[in-house]
Design a protein around this ligand. Structure first.
Ligand SMILES: C[S@@+](CC[C@H](N)C(=O)[O-])C[C@H]1O[C@@H](n2cnc3c(N)ncnc32)[C@H](O)[C@@H]1O
Length: 241
């Protein structure tokens, strides 16, 4: 049986941890510009189709996903609505999706919708180690056929440090299937030089390096990029040093 002192200590600890939790929640709210009130939020898949059109050639996202027998799709920095809009267009019984947003703001109806469609909504900071652990655990050994990240606004609120964005891009790359998994991403650019560590290099040098390493790459003037992971692609993305 716990002594009086132990009981008191446990009460103090519980109240402290709930205060800390409360403070963390408050900080999260403060970090979110206007209460997570983004100009683009929960966009339909058609908005992504438009955005990534310049790198998709004549293909579209829905058809790319339909080609897979049990598609696995991740939408980073987004609530689950876009995945729901995509999965409603995919007849496959077996499909699996993960959406990562900073906060889970779903209603009960949206929660039920996601359950039916095979979508998990995670809430966490993309910079947090535990968030990546949670993504890995949710994937449970699966690799993604398609990863989308249409969140340039959100990304720029995190940091303008290109090295951090390079590290994040590499983390995303590791989640991708090497059976021609596709990554559609909006990249923060600094003119012609981005993601190239702290040395000013030419974007075209980096693109050539990716192609040399058997990574499919299409880059468009609107800052969108499509990377394709092939069986011969490296596990880590090469960056110019
Ligand atoms: C501009 S919205 C984009 C939403 C969606 N991709 C779309 O196009 O409709 C930004 C999203 O990024 C998320 N976000 C912002 N900062 C984040 C962070 N540090 N970690 C994870 N998600 C974050 C927000 O919660 C929000 O869902």
């Amino acid at each position: 049986m716990a002594s009086l002192a132990e009981t008191k200590l446990s009460i103090i600890q519980q109240s402290l941890s709930s205060q800390i939790r409360c403070q963390i929640d408050k900080n999260k709210q403060m970090l979110l510009p206007i209460n997570d009130n983004w100009t683009c939020y929960g966009s339909p898949i058609e908005a992504y189709e438009d955005e990534f059109k310049p790198v998709l050639d004549s293909e579209n996202i829905v058809d790319l996903v339909k080609k897979k027998s049990s598609p696995v799709v991740i939408d980073l920095m987004a609530p689950s609505d876009t995945l729901a809009s995509l999965f409603r267009k995919i007849p496959h019984k077996s499909k699996f999706g993960i959406a990562l947003s900073y906060i889970d703001r779903r209603s009960t109806n949206k929660f039920k919708r996601d359950e039916k469609l095979g979508i998990k909504q995670l809430a966490g900071d993309i910079l947090g180690v535990t968030t990546w652990k949670e993504i890995e655990e949710t994937l449970n050994g699966r690799k993604a056929d398609l990863i989308m990240e249409r969140a340039i606004g959100g990304k720029m609120t995190i940091t303008s440090n290109v090295r951090v964005h390079a590290v994040l891009l590499n983390r995303v790359w590791k989640l991708l299937s090497n059976d021609y998994g596709i990554l559609l991403v909006e990249m923060p650019s600094c003119g012609n030089n981005f993601l190239l560590n702290n040395k000013i290099r030419n974007l075209s040098d980096w693109l050539s390096l990716l192609k040399e390493k058997e990574i499919g790459v299409v880059c468009a003037g609107n800052g969108t990029m499509k990377l394709t992971k092939t069986p011969n692609s490296p596990k880590e993305l090469p960056f110019l040093e």
